[in-house]
Structures are given as structure tokens and as C-alpha cells.
Design a protein around this ligand. Structure first.
Ligand SMILES: [Zn+2]
Length: 268
């Protein structure tokens, strides 16, 4: 599918690059989240870069076995490549966000390309998955003003993470599982993978092979990760599950200002 036609969101943001207004029914509600303060012990499990035929199906089976729902941050290109797998993700009750179209580093791309990565990524994932997409995760968690602005215009929240698989070099699933379980508590967002990012475009490269090996360690670690976190009394769910148990923001009333009582030694 081409980037130039048929892949624009309904509000046609790309047709007016000078329009800086954020026209959005949720005006003021867009967020960037690393973790969430909650009233119940819940953490979110997320997977980036998929779908991928060697990674996503085994992950779905593990999640089913433990009755866990997760959020998949899908690459638009992979959704086009493996539409049936993405539909299976949705059919099994998981949540779908997006992770750009081609996993470009959108903080370094030109403004039209940044916009295209986010808009086409969204459109493709929505078309294939058949559900609206309101969550975005930038490749490598990198943000710029332009990225944040485009995402806000698309009525999406930026979902980053607070827990990773740990060191890239770790090859034993147990090592990864112990790290993730140790690091995860109430309100955390865990970032794992069901794809190989830019390696998708050079499947025969050494980078792709290294990424795939690393991802397979994550998949092998997943049962231990889920068991370990559940044993801590923390329930795993989607990003939306996590936000549903969020602690309401309390705004403490400020002390009333007494007229004429400003000379109390405070610096202005
Ligand atoms: Zn990625």
C-alpha cells in the first residue's frame, strides 16, 4: 500500500501542514505516560514491533494460558504483511496501539515523513485490525515536539514504559524474567516485543538475527514473568486496564490569600 493515497485519517491533518491547532474532542486530555499511579495493584504488559509469525502466535498462546490481556504496539508495515495475525490479536481480546508505519526514528525524519509515519501507521493498523487506535509508542521511545504535536492531533496518547527486559546481552530467559519481575510493581508499564523493528526490512542481516534471538529470549521468559508478577499480587492487563484503576488526581485547595498580609517574608 502506498503512503500517498488512501491512508489519511478522516480529519485530513496532512493536507494543512501549517495548521497548528489541535482540533480534538478530548482537548487538553492527551497524555504521555511512563507509568500510572493506581488505586489497585495492576501493571500493563505491552509488546512492540509486531505482528511477526514467529513471535506473536506463541505470545498469544502464553497470554491465553494465563488469562492475561496485553497491549500490542503494532508496526503498520507488519500489519500489512501479516493481517491475519493482527486480527487474531484483536480476536483474542487484546488491545492495539501503533508503533509507526516503518519504524523510522521519527525525531530525525523530515516533518512530512514524521507525519506520514504516524498517520499511515495509524490508518493501516486501524484498517487491518478493524478497531480505532488511540495509543502510540514511538520507536525507542524517542519524542520531539513535532512527534508529540502530530500524535496529539491524531487524538492519541503517547505510551512509553517503566520496565524493560533488561540488558540486551542477557541470553537466559530466567535472567530476563527475574529482572522484569523485580522491577515491576503496581502501576508499571512493561515493554516487551513481538517483532524486530527495522530488522523487518533486512531479514537476512546480522541486526535482524540478533534482534530475533533477543526477542525469542523474551518469549521464553514470558511465562516466568507472568507467574512472578502475579505472585507479587499484581494483576497484568492492557494499558486501558491500567488507566481504569488510576488514582484520581487530587488538587489540594490553596490557602486563602488574606488581603494586606503579603509582607510575610516570602520571596516573590
Ligand atoms: Zn520498536
Amino acid at each position: 500500500m502506498g503512503a500517498s493515497t488512501g491512508a489519511r485519517p478522516p480529519h485530513q491533518a496532512a493536507t494543512d501542514p501549517d495548521d497548528d491547532e489541535i482540533e480534538d474532542p478530548r482537548k487538553g486530555a492527551q497524555e504521555i505516560l511512563w507509568s500510572v499511579e493506581t488505586v489497585l495493584p495492576v501493571a500493563a504488559l505491552t509488546f512492540d514491533d509486531g505482528p511477526h509469525p514467529d513471535l506473536t502466535p506463541p505470545i498469544l498462546d502464553v497470554l491465553d494460558r494465563y488469562g492475561v490481556k496485553a497491549t500490542f504496539m503494532v508496526m503498520g508495515h507488519c500489519a500489512e504483511q501479516y493481517p491475519d495475525i493482527l486480527r487474531e490479536v484483536v480476536a483474542r481480546g487484546h488491545e492495539v496501539g501503533h508503533h509507526t508505519w516503518r519504524h523510522l526514528h521519527v525525531t530525525k525524519t523530515s516533518s512530512p515523513t514524521t507525519r506520514e509515519e504516524i498517520e499511515v501507521g495509524t490508518q493501516v493498523v486501524e484498517d487491518v485490525a478493524g478497531v480505532p487506535v488511540h495509543l502510540f509508542r514511538p520507536p525507542q521511545g524517542r519524542l520531539s515536539e513535532a512527534v508529540v504535536r502530530v500524535v496529539a492531533k491524531m487524538d492519541q496518547d503517547v505510551i512509553l514504559w517503566s520496565v524493560t527486559r533488561g540488558r540486551k546481552r542477557w541470553q537466559r530467559p530466567q535472567q530476563v524474567a527475574e529482572h522484569v519481575v523485580d522491577e515491576t510493581g503496581t502501576g508499571d508499564i512493561i515493554d516487551l516485543h513481538d517483532g524486530i523493528g527495522r530488522g523487518t526490512f533486512e531479514p537476512a542481516s546480522r541486526t535482524a538475527a540478533e534482534l530475533m534471538a533477543r526477542r525469542k529470549v523474551e518469549v521464553a521468559a514470558l511465562p516466568r514473568i507472568i507467574e512472578g508478577i502475579q505472585a507479587k499480587g499484581v494483576r497484568l492487563g492492557t494499558v486501558t486496564d491500567l488507566r481504569a484503576v488510576r488514582r484520581p488526581k487530587t488538587t489540594r485547595p490553596r490557602a486563602p490569600v488574606t488581603p494586606g498580609a503579603s509582607d510575610d517574608g516570602r520571596r516573590s
